[in-house]
Structure formats: structure tokens, C-alpha cells
Write a protein that binds this ligand. Structure first.
Ligand code: COA
Length: 354
């Protein structure tokens, strides 16, 4: 039997094996990867599905197209491709992984958790695997979970993936939601960073379960298991009160961003790039105003992918690293908000393989 955990993972492999278990150490991202399905669904395509227009979608959301997974593709399939790319970028083999976290609200199955399915496809047989459900905040929640394990010495090398097949839970007759979401995956490898590097500098998180009804899938869980009636009423699909969600998304992402900066002892002028959850261009613009940060310092790809929920921040981060916008030493602020409600912000020095 192979076990990872306190006292074993730290000595398992890697750069920092001299650090004894229980010692808090700096953790950073050493590689990122992402993946989107090849099928593009444009706003014009949507005009043929629901009563909407390209103009409405662009002006209210900034979205022009999104990616839709094939019928046979599940969330774990998207996650595995993104995960492999992150491992390659980090120079880490699947067998070196101690821990896999997959954040998703569209798991392949209610159980087993999607991280176990990713482990199987990657052949990461030393890793322990967990699913994490924090909706669109999932990537940041997953990062923080892995960071805590590594900082505490309970793991050395973690793969964190945010992956979604949102198209599987959309009501394709509801124009107020089906135009907003897309499928994809973003991944990162987390490890201790060398002395002198900061990696993840600060994080803050919050939740408000009293507002859970504003954005949810009402049926299919233990409270309302699937029946012919729930299926006929499309209650296994995402429901959202968009205008209210909009307001809370702006407030919480902006406040979390400021709190994470404060915790890090930094100001917005120290930050090279802000990566917001890609829910809506107008939400991103409103966050920019509240953070006093110009649009030129935001990483935005919502026009290409729509809202990919837990995948969104990892996907945007990977694109910006690969096209050279984010460089070694850059300070990056990531802000997220999602169903629950859940929200959070993380300040990170991009280290890459350094
Ligand atoms: N095409 C055309 N018209 C549409 C439409 C569509 N796809 N979707 C909604 N409308 C209509 C509504 O029916 C409404 O019509 P009415 O005034 O006749 O009732 C009108 O547009 C305005 O709807 P409203 O919901 O007030 O629009 P909005 O400006 O708030 O934009 C969202 C709607 C969903 C884009 C916006 O509220 C939003 O982005 N919310 C947050 C979503 C989000 O981030 N969710 C995930 C959080 S992680």
C-alpha cells in the first residue's frame, strides 16, 4: 500500500525534503496548464437556440463565444488534459504527485470524486485525491487547500484543477442562463518554493450560505432526488437570479481583493496583473473601479470562453503565462466569487519552475 500524509510526503520527493513535517513553508505554483473543448458555440449559434441576440449578449456580458464539450467528454477528460499540461510545464511526473484536488460543480458522477478519475487517467498512483465544491471560487479554494497541506508538510507536490462541463447542467430553453456558461479546465502544480521566493503570499476567503437559493441546481441531490417530475421540470439544471448575483459578485470580489492586498502588506500599484473570475465583463469593469486598477492590468478572456466556473481563473492564468504576459516575479491578484455564495482572493508571486 502507498500512503501520503504527514511525515511521509515531505520526504517522498522534491526540492525541500530537508524540511521536517509540521514546518510552515512558502508554497508557489511551478507550472500551469489548461484545456478547452474544440467545439465553439457563438452568440449567433445561440440566436438559433433561444430568443436572444448577439448584441444583447455582447453588451450585457462581453461574451462572444464559449466552448462546448462533446457528448462523450466528461469533466475529468477536460481536467486530465489541463493537468498533463501543468505537469509538463512544472517538469513534474504524475508519479511525483502526493495530492490531486479537482474543484468542480459538474463532476462525472456524484461519486467517486473526479480527482480519483483524473488520478486513474494520469497514473498518479501515489496521490491522495479529493473533490472540492465551491462553484466558481473552486480554483482558489483548491489552491488554498493544497497550499495548507504543503505548507504544513503533509504533502510536497499537488495538482490543483478547476474543471467544468457546464453545458451538461444548463437549461437550453432558459436564455437568461444558457448564454453565460462554457466548458473548460485550468490546472496548476503547487510545490514549496526555493528560499527567497514568495509564491502564494496571502489569501482571504468567505462564504454566505443564506444566499444559496440565488444560484443553484434545485434537484438531483439528497434533498430532492431525481424523479420523472424533476427531470420534466428541468430542475437538474442551473437556476440563477442574475441581477442579484451580479451585485454580490462585484462587492465580494472587490472587498476580498482589497483584504488580500492588505493582508500581504501590498497596494494595488504593486500588482502587475489581476485575474478575476470571468463571469461578466461588466462585473470585471466594476471590480476594476473599486480596486482603482485600470482595465489594462486585468487578464480577461470571457469573450472567448464565457463563464467556465471553477475553470475560469486557471484558464486565464495559463493563457497569460503561456503568451508571456505574466513573467517570473510578477505579483498577481486573483479574485473569485461563486454559488454558495463563496468568494476569495489570493495574492501570488509567479515563480514558474524557478
Ligand atoms: N437575451 C435577450 N434578453 C435577455 C437574455 C438574453 N440572453 N437574458 C435575459 N434577457 C432579458 C430579460 O428577460 C430581461 O427582460 P425584461 O426586462 O423584459 O424582463 C432583460 O433582458 C434584462 O434582464 P436582467 O436580468 O435585468 O439583465 P442584466 O443586465 O442584469 O444582465 C446577466 C443579466 C445575467 C447577464 C447579469 O445579471 C449577470 O451577469 N449576472 C451575474 C451572473 C454571474 O456572474 N453568475 C455567476 C456568478 S459566479
Amino acid at each position: 500500500m502507498r500512503y501520503c500524509g504527514v511525515g511521509t510526503a515531505v520526504t517522498a520527493a522534491g526540492a525541500d525534503s530537508s524540511v521536517p513535517s509540521g514546518i510552515v513553508r512558502a508554497v508557489g505554483m511551478t507550472g500551469v496548464g489548461s484545456h478547452v473543448p474544440s467545439r465553439v458555440l457563438t452568440n449567433h449559434d445561440l440566436e438559433r437556440i433561444v430568443a436572444t441576440t448577439n448584441e444583447w449578449i455582447v453588451s450585457r456580458t462581453g461574451m462572444r463565444e464559449r466552448r462546448i464539450a462533446a457528448e462523450h467528454e466528461a469533466t475529468s477528460d477536460l481536467a486530465v488534459v489541463a493537468g498533463r499540461r501543468a505537469l509538463e510545464a512544472a517538469g513534474v511526473k504524475p508519479a511525483d504527485l502526493d495530492m490531486i484536488v479537482v474543484a468542480t460543480i459538474t463532476p462525472d458522477y456524484p461519486f467517486p470524486n473526479t480527482a480519483c478519475l483524473v488520478q486513474r487517467q494520469l497514473g498518479a498512483d501515489r496521490a491522495f485525491c479529493m473533490g472540492l465544491e465551491a462553484a466558481c471560487s473552486g480554483f482558489l479554494y483548491g489552491m488554498e487547500t493544497a497550499r495548507c497541506y504543503i505548507a504544513a508538510g503533509a504533502a510536497q507536490t499537488a495538482l490543483v484543477i478547476g474543471a467544468e462541463k457546464m453545458s451538461a447542467v444548463l437549461d437550453w430553453t432558459d436564455r437568461s442562463t444558457c448564454v453565460l456558461f462554457g466548458d473548460g479546465a485550468g490546472a496548476a502544480v503547487l510545490r514549496p518554493v526555493p528560499a527567497g521566493r514568495r509564491g502564494i503570499i496571502s489569501s482571504v476567503f468567505g462564504s454566505d450560505g443564506s444566499l444559496s437559493d440565488l444560484l443553484m441546481i434545485p434537484a438531483g441531490g439528497s434533498r430532492r432526488p431525481a424523479t420523472a417530475e424533476t427531470v420534466a421540470a428541468r430542475e437538474h439544471c442551473l437556476r440563477m437570479r442574475g441581477r442579484e448575483v451580479f451585485r454580490y459578485a462585484v462587492t465580494h470580489m472587490a472587498e476580498a481583493g482589497l483584504a488580500a492586498l492588505h493582508k500581504a502588506g501590498l497596494s494595488i500599484s504593486d500588482i502587475r496583473w489581476v485575474i478575476p473570475h470571468q463571469a461578466n465583463l461588466r462585473i470585471i469593469a466594476a471590480i476594476g473601479e473599486r480596486l482603482h486598477c485600470p482595465a489594462s492590468r486585468f487578464i480577461v478572456n470571457v469573450e472567448k470562453y464565457g463563464n467556465t466556473s471553477a475553470a475560469s481563473i486557471g484558464l486565464a492564468l495559463d493563457e497569460a503565462v503561456r503568451d508571456g504576459r505574466i513573467r517570473e516575479g510578477d505579483l498577481v491578484l486573483m479574485v473569485a466569487f461563486g454559488a454558495g455564495f463563496t468568494w476569495g482572493a489570493t495574492v501570488m508571486e509567479w515563480t514558474g519552475r524557478a
